[in-house]
Design a binder for this molecule. Structure first.
Ligand code: S3P
Length: 442
């Protein structure tokens, strides 16, 4: 998969990285804050919103369905919602760009509204499986016409009143969980999602914050039962979006692998369903310190300082995967430069992200001289022992922002740098990435 107008870039070591930076707002929380504000009656105000392409796709879709959404300053937005049940028929297809989160969560919202919506997206998104949301939303009464394999373009016709369901997640996915809960907002009665393996809980936290009646019970087997009372009335909120821990992982890993570096990223979301990367890096020997710990908008936040560290290979327990699911690409970069072997497993989901991240990372890392074995559900990596990798190759980012950023980070510690064939996808989640890395080099 390629962009029609690729923008190649080369990343190479320019000495230690140092300084204090702030990364943009959390992508998951930004999407949810726009969606729930658009369903509240009255004006919500959001600060720290991620202004990346994915979130802008959500904003455009909510506008197309009747919400008024206005940018009043840097990361500062106001939303006048239409109320649960009040979404209107969009005049044209909803273009989701590269964004799986926008697509799956909005499919949930549409499923319980009296409207028909067509979802389209780029070449990457059009390959991703939507059957995982089509299945539960069909049980709730929505009708779907999808492209072969349950992919985009697809059309959803919502049902009012939708049927509240009890649904056990067959795959550990916050997007599927959220799609069902969002559909449940406008269904009469209780919608229950049963979650055997915990995934990011931003939807639950924010639904409660907006005044929805949502309860969570963890049974003796550790399985979460999330129950939402439908036909909810959401009250407008003021939301401060914390920095994205997934974005922060890039400058932090860059500092850990580049000798002499010390980098602080401020205001990073520390929700425990998201911080697996930091825990695993610490197990590898990373020197990370957390200061200024506080709560912002119902989410824990801290400043993270990373100092160059000698990392040692580890075996990552598969149950940690959901809490670092988006961070594996950059984690593999850290592992490829560590001492000894790193083993990962249980990562089948990485094959259906913006790209097949196991295949792409294995191919790219091998091309720059890392020792990597690709298995069906993970990578086994023998690290360089702290030595730079050879580099000098051009790697394929395949419309995947995190692949592009991971190899940009790898270029920090390669003899001959790394060229990424197309860095334009970085704009989906982290538009300031390149300027932040430049600032840390200066
Ligand atoms: C997200 C959930 C995850 C993650 C994605 C964002 C969300 O996807 O990979 O980047 O905001 O709910 P899955 O639900 O497919 O695991």
């Amino acid at each position: 998969m390629h962009n029609a107008n690729p923008r190649p870039a080369t990343f190479r070591n320019a000495g230690p990285l140092s300084g204090t930076v702030k990364v943009p707002g959390d992508k998951s929380i930004s999407h949810r804050s726009l969606m729930l504000s658009a369903l509240a009656v009255g004006e919500s105000r959001i600060t720290g919103l991620l202004e990346g392409e994915d979130v802008l796709a959500t904003a455009a879709a909510m506008r197309a369905m009747g919400a008024s959404i206005e940018r009043i300053g840097d990361g500062c937005w106001t939303v006048h919602g239409v109320g649960v049940g009040g979404l209107m028929q969009p005049a044209a297809a909803l273009d989701m760009g590269n964004s799986g989160t926008s697509t799956r969560l909005l499919m949930g919202l549409v499923a319980s509204h009296r409207l028909t919506a067509t979802f389209i997206g780029d070449a990457s998104l059009s390959k991703r499986p939507m059957g995982r949301v089509i299945d539960p939303l069909s049980l709730m009464g929505a009708e779907f016409t999808a492209s072969p394999g349950g992919t985009l373009p697809l059309m959803v016709r919502g049902l009012v009143p939708a049927i509240p369901i009890q649904f056990r997640l067959p795959v550990a996915s916050a997007q599927v969980k959220s799609a069902v809960l969002l559909a449940g907002l406008n269904a009469p009665g209780i919608t229950e999602v049963i979650e055997p393996i915990p995934t990011r809980d931003h939807s639950e936290r924010m639904l409660r914050g907006f005044g929805a009646d949502l309860s969570i019970e963890t049974d003796i087997k550790g399985v979460r039962h999330i129950r939402l009372v439908g036909e909810a009335e959401l009250k407008p909120q003021t939301i401060e979006v914390p920095g994205d821990p997934s974005s922060a992982a890039f400058p932090i890993v860059a500092a850990l692998i580049t000798p002499g570096s010390e980098v602080t990223v401020t205001h990073v979301g520390m929700n425990p369903t998201r911080t697996g990367i930091y825990k695993m890096l610490e197990v590898m020997g990373a020197e990370l310190t957390y200061t200024n710990q506080r709560e912002v908008g119902g989410e824990p936040v801290a400043d993270i300082t990373a100092r160059y560290s000698v990392l040692r290979g580890i075996e990552v327990p598969p149950e940690v995967a959901p809490s670092m699911i988006d961070e594996f690409p950059v984690f593999f970069v850290a592992a490829s430069m560590a001492q000894g072997r790193t083993i990962t497993s249980g990562l089948d989901e990485l094959r259906v992200k913006e790209s097949d991240r196991l295949a792409l990372m294995a191919a790219g890392l091998k091309a720059i001289g890392a020792r990597v074995e690709e298995r069906a559900d993970g990578l086994v990596i023998d690290g360089s022992g702290g030595e730079p990798l050879e580099g000098g190759a051009t790697v394929n980012s395949a419309l995947d922002h995190r692949i592009a950023m991971s190899f940009a980070v790898a270029g920090q510690h390669c003899y001959h740098g790394v060229t990424v064939d197309d860095v334009s996808p970085i704009a989906t989640s982290f538009p300031t990435f390149e300027s932040i890395i430049e600032a840390l080099k200066a």
